[in-house]
Design a protein around this ligand. Structure first.
Ligand code: IPE
Ligand code: IPE
Ligand code: MG
Length: 241
């Protein structure tokens, strides 16, 4: 397999992925949706390792569960949370060894005690790591995030610790769930879908969007390299000439 040419000097700093297509993969293979999600969980390792090994990528943000995904059946939702705990159990030691810091973002208060325990354990264990940030969006919705940031800002104004005139873009970005990723450079969506699906609405303002036809369970390092090569072939203008 030939690897695409990647310029290590021009890597995207902040990468985000909408991991989509587990259900279609399951259908294609004649297995249940749970098996599709199970297979998809394994692709996470490929994505994390590829980013870490390239060096120079500051953060990888993965969309794991949206505020709208509660609309799925109870059984499917339970499967997704069971897989979250399993993923943490299997992967966290290796992630820690690789000097990767893990954060979870979203309305975490609504999650079960078990999910919260596993999430908090992984964040606490890796909190001083510096090589890369792995940000997992869990019960995440961009509209919820913007609403929550607005509430936090309003509360500071009410308390008198923030002046209305001091609310600017930088201030707003500091109130997002994970201020470190407030500018995403590259956003990948697998399964060929061309939607944002309520992901990172603020952070994607000038991101390069790269849809990949591959279904998430089939995602391998090669696909990340292809997306980066595509990113590097684009001309980013940020509104300038
Ligand atoms: C992505 O795969 C996983 C989550 C949304 C949690 P889907 O389950 O959305 O797969 P498709 O879109 O049905 O193929
Ligand atoms: C987005 O995928 C959410 C995650 C990948 C976690 P969906 O499959 O839920 O999005 P829609 O419903 O196709 O827009
Ligand atoms: Mg989907």
């Amino acid at each position: 397999m030939t690897l695409p040419e990647i310029d290590k000097e021009r890597l995207p700093k902040n990468v985000a992925i909408i991991m989509d297509g587990n259900g279609r993969w399951a259908k294609k293979h004649g297995v249940g949706r749970a098996a599709g999600h199970e297979a998809g969980a394994k692709s996470v390792r490929a994505a994390v390792e590829a980013c870490r090994q390239l060096g120079g990528i500051k953060s990888l943000t993965l969309y794991a569960f949206s505020t709208e995904n509660w609309r799925r059946s109870k059984v499917e939702v339970e499967t997704l949370f069971r897989l979250l705990s399993k993923y943490i159990k299997i992967e966290i030691d290796n992630i820690h060894k690789e000097n990767i810091r893990v954060v979870f973002m979203g309305r975490l208060g609504a999650l079960s005690a078990r999910a919260l325990r596993d999430i908090n354990y992984s964040m606490e264990l890796t909190k001083n790591n510096t090589a890369m940030l792995l940000c997992i969006a869990m019960n995440y919705g961009a509209r919820a995030e913007i609403t929550d940031a607005t509430q936090a800002i309003a509360a500071e104004v009410r308390a008198g610790t923030l002046q209305v005139e001091d609310i600017d873009e930088a201030c707003f970005a500091r109130h997002l769930y994970a201020p470190e990723i407030s500018d995403v450079d590259l956003m990948i969506r697998t399964s060929g879908e061309m939607r944002i699906s309520n992901f990172l609405l603020w952070q994607l303002s000038y991101a390069e969007l790269v849809p990949l036809p591959v279904l998430w369970p089939d995602f391998r390092k090669q696909h990340l390299y292809e997306a980066i090569a595509e990113y590097q072939a684009r001309s980013r203008r940020f509104g300038g000439r």
